[in-house]
Design a protein around this ligand. Structure first.
Ligand SMILES: [Zn+2]
Length: 420
């Protein structure tokens, strides 16, 4: 194993101590002390390796290195925040791999005589997970102009703390001006697959060519508060019962389609008043539907609408769905996918084109600039779980691949002008 490989694994282990959980995972939701501590550690890492650290107003943390003054950036990164009781790899692996890739490529260009076509920047996107502050992919949404900065900063967590307040509680913000979208020419990201297609097929790396489509809803079930014992059954308007019918309908909907064509979840629930002897007056839930086929998603939503009418009728509640976040099947630029494949072949890695079921910051970035998205295998596809694991040799192969991709992007193999 090379010294860089050993160092990478050591750094990764050190970084994984922030927010470490007894079950071997991490818990560092956006803007918590554990997230701040990780960001501080990463800022120090950047400074030690010749990057200038900057943070933008949405909390996105950058490390830039000037190789060609005035030229736009090749931006490479992912996110350091996590879900509650989550794994060490989701996002964090990609940020450290990006830092290593940029440091290596900067060193190579620094030692050579030819300036690269672009400058390099590493990024740790703020609040990719959206667990404490919804929606997910918040920092990259603001960066790409899909979400106004003011709405991001005003978003509150369950305790009424805003994103703005959570960010202000972090480590000292460095002075310099952070890169904006206008100064970014290209983007690359590596992430764990969070599924098991690469592992099952014994493939070294995945080149992402498409996202699944996703629609996320806020579901509100309104009933009437009453006594759990004294209220006659026919008089009840039980919001929790209505919610249960929606949960069941969402799950059963997947059986209406070919296996693998529809994933649904109700993943979060707030019950009011959530009291032992009281029938619930209101339930708030998060519902998400995803599919590799936009028609399937549209049909699923239509079917669900019908079942929700039935659920409302039989529970005597009012059920409302509000779309909070969605994305379609827009592919990654073919030239970027091709660059990813060529890089893998150059390194002798087996590769496959894969779709991402999960959303990533690259889902936002690809709509703004040519983007290369890479995957490394996840053992058994386990993710958002403390047992999430990627083998060291897979993690190191991924870092090497991301370095090769960054090298090719920096020297100008893919231009902003001819992405598609
Ligand atoms: Zn992630």
């Amino acid at each position: 194993m090379s010294t860089t490989d050993t160092q990478f694994l050591e750094d990764f282990a050190e970084m994984s101590r922030f927010g470490a959980t007894p079950g071997g995972g991490v818990d560092r939701q956006a803007g918590t002390q554990a997230d701040h501590a990780t960001r501080k550690w990463f800022g120090d890492w950047l400074a030690r390796h010749g990057f200038e650290e900057t943070v933008d107003d949405a909390g996105n943390q950058f490390g830039t290195v000037e190789l060609n003054p005035g030229a736009p950036y090749v931006l490479v990164g992912s996110h350091l925040d996590s879900q509650p009781l989550a794994g060490r790899y989701d996002g964090a692996y990609g940020v450290l791999a990006a830092a290593y890739a940029c440091a290596r490529v900067a060193e190579e260009f620094g030692a050579g005589t030819q300036a690269p076509a672009y400058n390099l920047a590493v990024v740790n996107w703020f609040n990719e997970e959206g667990s404490r502050f919804a929606p997910s992919m918040m920092g990259s949404s603001v960066f790409t102009g899909k979400m106004p900065l003011e709405s991001a900063l005003a978003t509150t967590d369950g305790g009424g703390i805003t994103v703005g307040q959570a960010l202000a509680g972090g480590h000292r913000r460095p002075d310099g001006k952070a890169p904006g979208l206008a100064s970014v020419a290209l983007y690359a990201e590596i992430h764990i697959e969070q599924g098991r297609t690469l592992e099952e097929s014994g493939t070294d790396v995945g080149i992402v060519h498409r996202t699944w489509a996703a629609s996320k809803y806020r579901v509100t079930v309104d009933g009437a508060q009453s006594h759990t014992g004294a209220t006659r059954m026919e008089d009840r308007r039980d919001a929790l019962y209505g919610a249960a019918l929606v949960i069941t309908a969402a799950r059963e909907l997947t059986a209406e389609f070919e296996p693998g064509l529809l994933h649904t979840s109700v993943s979060e629930m707030n019950v009011l008043p959530n009291s032992p002897v009281t029938v619930a007056r209101q339930v708030l839930m998060n519902l998400d539907l995803r599919s590799p086929d936009e028609d399937v998603l549209a049909r699923a939503v239509a079917l669900l609408d019908k079942r929700i009418i039935d659920a409302a009728e039989s529970s005597r509640t009012a059920i409302a769905l509000e779309l909070t976040h969605s994305w379609g099947l827009v592919g990654y630029q073919p030239a970027g996918v091709e660059l990813g494949r060529k890089s893998a072949e150059h390194l002798g890695f087996t590769h496959a084109d894969v779709m991402t079921v999960a959303g990533h910051d690259s889902t936002n970035l690809k709509d703004a600039v040519p983007t290369v998205m890479l995957f490394v295998p996840s053992v058994e596809g386990i993710s958002h779980n403390e047992a999430e694991y990627t083998r060291d040799d897979d993690a190191l192969r991924g870092m090497e691949l991301l370095t090769e991709v960054t090298r090719r992007l920096a020297r100008g193999d893919l231009r902003k002008e001819n992405p598609r």
